[in-house]
Ligand binder design. Sequence first.
Ligand SMILES: NC(=O)c1ccc[n+]([C@@H]2O[C@H](COP(=O)([O-])OP(=O)(O)OC[C@H]3O[C@@H](n4cnc5c(N)ncnc54)[C@H](O)[C@@H]3O)[C@@H](O)[C@H]2O)c1
Length: 380
Amino acid sequence: MSTSEKVRVAVVGAGRWAQVAHIPGWQREPRAEVVALADVDAKAADEAAATFSVPRAVTDYRELLDDPGIDVVDVVTGNQPHFQISWDALSAGKHVLCEKPVHTDYRKTREAAALAAARGLRTKLGFTFRYAPAIRYAKDLIDSGFVGEPYIFNGFEQNSQWIDPATPLRQFDPEDDPAQIAVSSIEGYGAPIIDIMHWWLGAPLTSVVGAMRNFVPQRIIRDTGRMTRANIDDGDMWIAEFGGGALASIQSSYVTVGNYPGIEARLYGSEGAVIVRLVDEFGICQTIRTARKDAVEFAEVQIPDQYFPPGGHSGEPWEYLFYSGLVSDFTAEILDSGRPGQGDFAQGALVQETINAFEESFRRRAWVDFPLAPAPAATR
Ligand SMILES: NC(=O)c1ccc[n+]([C@@H]2O[C@H](COP(=O)([O-])OP(=O)(O)OC[C@H]3O[C@@H](n4cnc5c(N)ncnc54)[C@H](O)[C@@H]3O)[C@@H](O)[C@H]2O)c1
């Protein structure tokens, strides 16, 4: 817990996402300040520090862990080091915000959640879209009974980021067996809509089934610059059954025509329905439409001001608007020990376990019960 007036943040990884979302988000929050940046690429660290007027830049995040002037470590590197940096930061007594996934094995994420709980530290996942004003407003409508008993949830997370094989793909593991489709879109893209599915339905997931496809067989790989056979999931569809009776579907893809970020969440219930779209179209990044059983034509509704940061609006860049909401919520959680946490590592473990169950159902061509059977966690 910070004893200073402001929550002091070190951002680890100074790449694109740190620069469009994390650092601007923190700098919008009056109760927080970014005091250090770390990137293994010294030039990247120095340039970002200069761009955002951050006083300290280092190449090894471990240099920051003993610093009592840092309260939060914000992990926004490429996926591979997420777990180790988070674990080291929690071990050093820092609150941690980490981009998804903390680990591709949900049991490791759960271990990190347990470490944080044991040390009285806060954690948060980069579930960006949970903090979109339209999604939060919808959640409050759902909690107030607007949809009644939830029947059907449909979640989409899709756009055409990699429909062109010449667009360099990151996060490709050349060690993957080319005969077997590797999980890609559902993990890299699908996690936030799975998070919203669990959050809105608020009931236990009991069973899943689904399929993945590889639509674009060859791609340029960023690390090599070469056109390569990449047998990865670039589109997938899933069905989920929930305790209490609700049904849900999830569809994720990065080869489906449409703009960023490409989230759509629909909930239909006994009394009404809400449809939220987070798609940057014609200068607007979010809409919410609702209907009731006695007024079945969906109409767009205004999102109340209280869901926006001061001066914020739906014409802002979505990365900035939604991330502002995320870091503002994390700051409030750190400053108020009585405030319930949301979107934390425990939730991250639930989302990752759902992804792992989806994959298992595809591999076995069968329904898979949830939660998954216990098995030893990965060693790393
Ligand atoms: N939540 C979202 O909506 C969302 C959107 C985009 C990206 N992301 C995630 O954000 C993360 C970063 O994505 P990006 O597009 O900025 O990638 P990027 O490659 O542009 O930047 C990553 C940076 O991390 C640095 N780095 C790698 N290992 C490091 C280490 N051990 N210590 C310090 N620095 C290290 C790299 O040098 C690079 O500068 C990824 O995990 C990505 O999946 C999330």
